[in-house]
Design a protein around this ligand. Sequence first.
Ligand SMILES: Cc1cc2nc3c(=O)[nH]c(=O)nc-3n(C[C@H](O)[C@H](O)[C@H](O)COP(=O)(O)O)c2cc1C
Length: 353
Amino acid sequence: MFSTGEVVRFTLFGKSHGPCIGGILEGIPEGFEIDLDRVAEEMELRKPTGKIGTPRREADAVQFLQGLNGNVTDGRPLLIRIENGNTDGSKYMKFYDTPRPGHADLPALIKFPDHDLRGSGQFSGRLTAAVVAAGAVAKQYIERFGIRVDAFSRSIGNVIDENPHDIDDAHGSRAYATRACDSGTDDLMRAHIEEIGAGKDSVGGVVECIVTGLPIGFGGIWFQALDAEIAKAMFGIPACKGVEFGDGFALARMKGSESNDGYRMDEGRIVTESNHMGGIVGGMCDGAPVVFRTVFKPTPSIGVTQNTINLKTEKDDTVSVEGRHDPCIVPRAVAVVEAMAAMTIADQIRRGL
Ligand SMILES: Cc1cc2nc3c(=O)[nH]c(=O)nc-3n(C[C@H](O)[C@H](O)[C@H](O)COP(=O)(O)O)c2cc1C
């Protein structure tokens, strides 16, 4: 079991080809009404679609085994269960001898002698279904405080959306399979994923997340800083290889006079004139929307033949991956990014940061 958060604490369990996956969500106060249809909607957004997602299709019905009286929290931890149905482990057996480059096989087989490789075991993106279910609850909880979290696909491979987008655009990405903000970009992203997938390869990209409604001063400092805890939450998502806030790595090429976000009064409210910092200074919100981007690497399981070693013969070898995989993780990761961000913010609210 793997846990994150202090008061709104989430614990994840299960593996890809076990009977179920699930999670325990602690810290949501008693008497909180959950819209279960909205939980189901979030689950739909993580599901693979068409040729741009894995052919493994699951019902992903969320069961709350404890913590709800009807649809109202009873103060006990929420126990979330999601059944695994559509399993086929046959294509994974060869990875016991020839581990896949880019996936967790090699370190996991060396570290855990009983590692179950079927479906990639506990390293499977499948477990993110439970993350999205818990995040759907956290999202509804933070909405009570006027806080919204929405994300979209900023880029997939060489298809990069250069347009500025606000939280309504990000919310609108729910209409598109790739989670692009408009149909033109969705077409381009989809075509790119399909083309790369047809070549038995995979492609990565960037998810951008926007959070609005956080008051000035919200967030912890130092190791509890809002950006520090969001970044940690993002790196907990499989295949995340980078996180940047605001202008992020581009800040390295700017002068202070260009990067600082000036303040001004707007009808009695303090506002920033720009948002190079992504809405966070000193770990706390400066009143601008929190904006961060998460990089997802190309899916490691690919049909292209790659170099590996053979753990049985202790010689060099090759491996290619058959079976059911996402040619691009990004469209499905958007819902996971939103879920982890919502749980992190809910936790900081409950900790009074
Ligand atoms: C939503 C989601 C779906 C994923 N689907 C796949 C997949 O189909 N095939 C695969 O090899 N990896 C997939 N991954 C990524 C692996 O789980 C991940 O690369 C692996 O556990 C190694 O961890 P690391 O990339 O963080 O180092 C997926 C990740 C996410 C978040």
